[in-house]
Design a protein around this ligand. Sequence first.
Ligand code: ZN
Length: 254
Amino acid sequence: MVGALDSRTETLAGLLREAERAVVLTGAGISVPSGIPDFRSPGTGMWEGVDPMEVAHIDAWRRDPDRFWRFYGARFASLVDKRPNRAHEVVAELERSGRIRGVITQNIDRLHRAAGSERLLEIHGSIESSVCPQCRGRTGIEQVVTLLASGDGAPECPACIAPLKPDVVLFGELLPADVMSEAEQLALEADLMICIGSSLTVHPAAGLPQLTLRSGGSLAIVTESATPLDDQAAVKLTGDVVAELDAVELALSS
Ligand code: ZN
């Protein structure tokens, strides 16, 4: 069994060595070792007993921003101190060493940026800032967290006193067109896409590996769960995401 795992690691390292336009796509699974539960796994943390599609929906924010922030503020507070893990670091190192062109992520937790990734496309936005619907001004997360701690509802724009909206894509909202278009371009041009910690079921992100496949690129998957694209992947690694990426980096450096 160990031999089989080793050969899959070698296969991915080999694909990375040969690739000229590789790109990484990540989902919630890469941040689980940082203590951020994937809300699609049942019974995890703050998402237990709530329907994310309802409480984190744009209509919930529009209807009652104070109520929305009473829930969402807890999410902000739970993410603000989280640190990148070894898997984020390996991804950043792949970019620094020129092995990948960039990272597309479904995560809003800022951990790729904290680990040193530079060309980062956060297609679901980020908790880094919140936006005022009136003046479009942005307020940084530190100030938002301070405002949340001192009040009992929505943090307000310092200029307009309007309730802020987190700069994340809520359910019912469209993905940012400019970011998505750059992500699609990277996916189309990629000769290798490595999907890490994503179930590849949430569209439109799940369509990106299909763009790579259709234009003749290869697909590698590093995800414990089954994905709809498993049988089209050149290689799939199903172990712990940190252990798998550590092994890939070791294989690349030897
Ligand atoms: Zn404003």
